[in-house]
Design a binder for this molecule. Structure first.
Ligand SMILES: O=C[C@H](O)[C@H](O)[C@H](O)COP(=O)(O)O
Length: 235
């Protein structure tokens, strides 16, 4: 599986050109991309990256990839990131690693986003992977009830749990927030659900990435498949 992730990362690296400003994703697949990018940088490629998490920042620094922030620059040419699920419209569930907020800010600031994955991430309908919803700890009870209502209004329901870290304590995101994971099974209308969740005051962000991806690079036993989004981003 790790080999497939690296193959997808290597294919995405072919899209990187000298002088590009890049969004650097988070997770085990994106980590391969950062490592391979580092090899190219050490061989003379000139790029600059914006990391989507503190973990990716550390990886990029270790690999020698020069970094900047979205305060220093306005736009990114390309973001390369992994995903937990990808549907045929190239909508995603992300946030299994807890980096969804910075990932979405970076993706939204990018002219193009390539999602890289092994082909087990490809699904007909999003929702089997628990949907991460990043929340403010204050008033969590009220926020949870509002989330349940939003789910009901979109015809979905399922158990919710505050994410725990490996040490058993509540998982805290890079932004200092908590994550509620919702086991929804099937999300028939992810765009509608995304809108409903975004309207809740205690929700900082959610893991549904709608209309942000330009193309998906999927690595499987039969090789690499590149799926382009039908309409270019922004149209
Ligand atoms: O928060 C984490 C990110 O959204 C990851 O991109 C996602 O969880 C996929 O990670 P991996 O490549 O490790 O499966």
């Amino acid at each position: 599986m790790d080999q497939l992730k690296r193959q997808a990362a290597a294919r995405a690296l072919e899209e990187v050109q000298d002088g590009m400003q890049l969004g650097l994703g988070t997770g085990s697949t994106a980590k391969h991309f950062v490592e391979l990018l580092g090899e190219r940088v050490r061989a003379g490629l000139k790029v600059i990256g914006v990391p989507t998490s503190e973990v990716t920042r550390a990886d990029a620094e270790r690999c020698g990839v020069p970094l900047t922030t979205l305060d220093e620059i306005d736009r990114l040419d390309l973001t390369v990131d992994g995903a937990d699920e990808i549907d045929p419209a190239l909508n995603l569930i992300k946030g299994g690693g807890g980096a969804l907020l910075r990932e979405k800010i970076v993706a939204a600031a990018s002219d193009r986003m390539i999602v890289i994955a092994d082909d087990t991430k490809w699904v007909a309908t999003l929702g089997r992977f628990p949907l991460p919803v990043e929340v403010i700890p204050f008033g969590l009870g009220a926020t949870r009830r509002a989330i349940e209502k939003a789910f009901a209004s979109c015809g979905v329901s399922g158990q919710m749990a505050v994410r725990k870290a490996k040490d058993g304590h509540v998982f805290v995101t890079d932004g200092g927030h908590w994550i509620v994971d919702a086991q929804l099974g099937r999300i028939e209308d992810p765009a509608r659900l995304a809108e409903a969740l975004s309207a809740i005051p205690g929700v900082v962000e959610h893991g549904l990435f709608i209309g942000l991806v330009s193309s998906a690079v999927l690595a499987g036993g039969d090789g690499i498949r590149v799926v382009e989004r039908r309409k270019p981003k922004g149209d």
